[in-house]
Write a protein of this length. Sequence first.
Length: 240
Amino acid sequence: MVPNLFRAQTLLPQVLQGEAEIIGAVLFKDWILSRIQKESILLAVGVAYQASYCVTLHYQVLCSLGVPRGQLDEIVINYRKAALSTSYAALLDFAIKLAMHAPWVSGEDIDALRNHGYTDDAILEAILVTGLASFLCTLSRELSPSPDFEPRAILASNNVSQPEGVYVGGTAGPYLRTVERSAENFPPFAIFRERFGFIPNLFHAQTLGRMCSKWRWSCSATYWGLKTSSPTCTRSASSW
C-alpha cells in the first residue's frame, strides 16, 4: 500500500523521493534495532504527539508484523503499564523525552540507555528513528491526510507533560562516540563540504557503523540532486 500521507506530498516529487530514501534506510533496514522496535518508537511518539494518523498507521504496521493487538492497545493507552521489558520501556522513555522535551535530554539519558545494554550504534539509530517519528507526526498534522485504516482513539491523558522545574542543562555533548571520516574517503562529507563550505559537526556526530555509510550517502546524494483488510496478529511480544 501507499500511505495517504505520501500521496498528499506529490506536488514536490523530488522531495518525496528523498523522503522515501530516508525512510527506507532508517526504518526498513535492520541495523541494530529491529523493525518492531523502530515501529514501536514511531507508535509511542505518535501517541505523545496526539497524531491520530501516525498512531493508526504504525499500530497497523506492528499488527502486520505479528504484534498482538492487546499488546499494542496497552502501548497506546499507557506503554509504561504494558508488558514490555525494562530495557524496551527505557527505549520508549528516551524516544518520547527526545521528541517532546529535547532540551531536557542530557548525557545522563544516554548513560541510562547504555546501562540497559544499548550500544552507541543502537542509541544513534534510536535518535534517528525518533527524528523521523517527529517529522512524520508534523507532516500528518499539517497535511491532515485521510486515514489509511479505522482511526485509533488516543486518550488525552497520554499527552506528555513538560518536565517540572527550570531547565538547567545536563552533561555537555557530544554524547556518542564517533568514527573519524574525511571528505576524501566518505562521499556524504564531500557533498556537505561542497555545498556548505565545511562539514557541520551535526554530521560528524553521526559517523558510527555501517548505517552511516549506507544510508547517508544515498539520501544526501538524492537531496543534492546527484541521483535521481486488517492483518491477523499472532506473534507473541513476550521478548519485548
